[in-house]
Design a protein around this ligand. Structure first.
Ligand SMILES: Nc1ncnc2c1ncn2[C@@H]1O[C@H](COP(=O)(O)OP(=O)(O)OP(=O)(O)O)[C@@H](O)[C@H]1O
Ligand SMILES: O=P(O)(O)OC[C@H]1O[C@](O)(CO)[C@@H](O)[C@@H]1O
Length: 335
């Protein structure tokens, strides 16, 4: 193996740079050259790349974002796009391509495999943690901490005014950030996509929970963590509708893209470092068509299709303690 390429695709995630660094350092350790494609699959189509020297990855382990830039690329999803990408990889004599991204990017990996016979490996890089086969994705731990820091701040002012806040967190179709942030912040209520697959949350029971909480505790702060995409119009509309229906006054807060940025926490740097090095080792031994993940502290090789065929489940015990043990309404009979 002489030349490996690497790219970052889809939503950027803190720790992507640590993964790029690991790929570059491991490749150089084995005497393999590294090409970094820029702007995700767009770079493959446009032959936009740079040779990555070891000096290029100095002091990037602590940086959020991705030095290779990221993108979502519709043109790549067509057969013509796949063929173009394959031709460009062949022209540069790339032996293996490492794709750092989410499940969409892994679908892109399979698409590319229809046109290119080089080795294709994936590293799970997304704050959403919605990739089956790995306990965590690169960026997830940082996103929880970032959301949590903001929610803790909101709690201070919520407490001072004894107000109700609805806080919207990211996670397009998955409640991992929402559940973790809710547990860690002591949120009174959490709304996750996994809990509302066929229906919307019921306004009356949401209002009922708030009112009962205030009967039990007296006037108090109340935080509801809400994953994005659950309520049409998001937490702004949910706050309006709760007010119209019940007179309850809520303040909506959308955390948004702050959750994607920032310096990766240690767990993300460690995960990215392990996965990046392992991917290079796997490519050298001829592995292809797999995502490298970690499960129970073991490195795992997951066929791309398995990363999205089965939805990754939330931790049922964490969900249980948030919704039962820590629920102040269900807990109200305790001495
Ligand atoms: N079915 C598909 N076939 C070919 N390519 C795809 C497919 N789905 C996604 N891709 C490619 O992968 C890119 C990234 O996918 P997507 O926007 O879903 O982000 P992601 O990798 O899932 O990351 P995240 O969920 O964190 O945003 C897309 O812009 C597209 O170029
Ligand atoms: O930055 P964009 O393209 O609006 O994407 C936002 C989406 O990307 C993610 O941050 C990562 O997949 C989701 O949580 C969010 O829904």
């Amino acid at each position: 193996m002489k030349r490996i390429a690497v790219l970052t695709s889809g939503g950027d995630a803190p720790g992507m740079n640590a993964a790029i660094r690991a790929v570059v350092l491991a490749s150089h350790y084995f005497g393999v050259q590294v090409i970094g494609y820029r702007h995700g699959f767009n770079g493959l189509l446009e032959q936009e790349y740079q040779i990555l020297q070891s000096s290029d990855v100095n002091n990037i382990i602590q940086r959020g974002g991705t030095i290779l830039k990221s993108a979502r690329c519709q043109a790549f999803t067509t057969d013509e796009g796949g063929r173009q990408a394959a031709d460009n990889l062949t022209a540069l004599e790339i032996d293996a391509l490492i794709i750092i991204g989410g499940d969409g990017s892994f679908r892109g990996a399979v698409h590319l495999g229809r046109f290119w016979s080089g080795k294709i490996l994936g590293l799970p890089g997304t704050i959403d943690n919605d990739i089956n086969g790995t306990d965590a994705t690169i960026g997830y731990y940082t996103a929880i901490d970032t959301a949590l820091e903001s929610i803790d701040r909101v709690r201070d002012t919520a407490d001072a005014f004894e107000r109700i806040f609805l806080i919207e967190v990211m996670g397009r179709h998955a409640g991992f950030i929402g559940l973790s942030a809710a547990v860690c912040s002591g949120a009174e209520q959490v709304l996750l996509p996994e809990l509302f697959t066929d229906n919307l949350p019921d306004l009356d029971s949401l209002a009922g929970h708030i009112q009962t909480a205030q009967k039990i505790r007296g006037k108090c702060s109340y935080i509801m963590v809400v994953s994005e995409n659950i309520w049409p119009g998001g937490v702004m509309d949910l706050a309006d509708q709760l007010h119209q229906r019940t007179g309850i006054d809520c303040r909506p807060v959308i955390l948004g893209h702050v959750q994607r940025g920032g310096s990766p926490v240690s767990l993300d740097r460690i995960l990215a470092s392990k996965l990046g090095v392992y991917a290079v080792e796997a490519a050298r031994t001829g592995k292809t068509g797999i995502m490298i993940g970690e499960h129970n502290q073991q490195m795992v090789e997951v066929p791309f299709q398995d990363t999205w065929n089965q939805a990754k489940a939330l931790d049922p015990y964490l969900l249980h303690i948030q919704q039962e043990t820590f629920d102040l309404v269900k807990n109200s009979n305790n001495p």
